[in-house]
Write a protein that binds this ligand. Structure first.
Ligand SMILES: Cc1ncc(C[n+]2csc(CCOP(=O)(O)OP(=O)(O)O)c2C)c(N)n1
Ligand code: SF4
Ligand SMILES: [Mg+2]
Length: 290
């Protein structure tokens, strides 16, 4: 029997926003009664990406920016698993940006959580793609992942939370995992998660967050409206949060795992690899080659 590795105590700085995200994720997994042995958490590289070390379940520490292909691979190999990819804004929106867009496009049933602190926390506070102009001399305007996700036509679940409001964050994550379980595709949840050591934005973000769901007439199944509302809220100097988009139940692109797996005999993880099962097929193949 392989040794069961128990979670280690967190190595995050006291007060780090990532604690709120971890609490939210734990509560979501508990609320949905996801068995530990069916939970896979794939972490990116960064303070945030270490989360799988602090939680029960299977954990995989991926390469910088490469957590999504790893997580998609795990889900396609064994669709029974609940797969959550968790990383930072640097990991996901800089080196990992191509995988982010293509994961929205591939639409596999996993949840991707990005802990956005607008900095590279682990490497001591350099500007990340979401950093504001002027942060440590940053000259580039910040990038908004929610707007990017909205622009990919197959993206069906998009939410943004704040680690200072962990109950709401847990609700968005729970809905995201439930969306995966309904086999509807990829779910993206960004959580604003302040880095108290290099970019302490707690007070500022507490004043700036604004739930789009509380805006009169907001319809989260209307992609165009979601896009324009996010822009309008930002123009007012606020940060749009909430369940920003959820494609209507009768619409949406098919999840890749749902489309792909019926084409193969069984999912790779549950395939019969015994000699008895495979030898006749192998012999037939050899015979066909003359
Ligand atoms: C290929 C590669 N390039 C650069 C690094 C250095 N590096 C480690 S973590 C990191 C950025 C982490 O920032 P983010 O993803 O926002 O995570 P945070 O620490 O803020 O949670 C970088 C650039 C690396 N580990 N590997
Ligand atoms: S450096 Fe920042 S992101 Fe990293 S653990 Fe400390 S507070 Fe959190
Ligand atoms: Mg970061």
């Amino acid at each position: 029997m392989p040794e069961v590795v128990k979670p280690i105590p967190s190595t995050w700085c006291p007060g780090c926003g990532d604690f709120g995200v971890m609490a939210a994720l734990k509560n979501s997994l508990k609320a949905l009664s996801v068995p530990t042995e069916e939970t896979v958490i794939v972490g990116g590289i960064g303070c945030s990406g270490g989360i799988h070390n602090f939680l029960d379940g299977y954990g995989f520490h991926s390469l910088h920016g490469r957590l999504l292909p790893t997580a998609l691979g795990a889900k396609l190999a064994n669709p029974k698993l609940t797969v959550i990819a968790v990383g930072g804004d640097g990991d996901g929106y800089a080196i990992g940006m191509g995988h982010f867009i293509h994961s929205l496009k591939k639409n596999v049933d996993i949840t991707y959580i990005v802990m956005n602190n607008e900095t590279y926390g682990l490497t001591k506070g350099q500007p990340s793609p979401t950093a504001k102009v002027g942060f440590h001399g940053n000259l580039e305007g910040p990038f908004d992942a929610v707007l990017t996700a909205l622009s990919v036509s197959s993206a069906g679940y998009i939410a943004r939370g704040f680690s200072g409001a962990p109950r709401e964050a847990a609700q968005y994550i729970t809905e995201a995992i439930r969306y995966n379980k309904e086999r509807r595709g990829f779910a993206f949840v960004e959580i604003l998660s302040p880095c108290v050591t290099y970019n302490d934005t707690y007070q500022l973000w507490r004043q700036q967050v604004e739930s789009v769901e509380k805006i009169e007439g907001y319809d989260k199944s209307d992609r165009a409206k979601a896009f324009s509302t996010v822009l309008q809220v930002k123009e007012r100097g606020k940060i749009p949060v909430g369940q920003i988009f959820r494609v209507a139940d009768d619409k949406g692109a098919p999840a890749l795992d749902k489309t792909l797996l019926p084409m193969v005999e069984r999912s790779p993880a549950s395939a019969d690899i015994s000699l008895e099962h495979n030898l006749p097929k192998y012999q037939k193949l050899l015979a066909s080659l003359g």
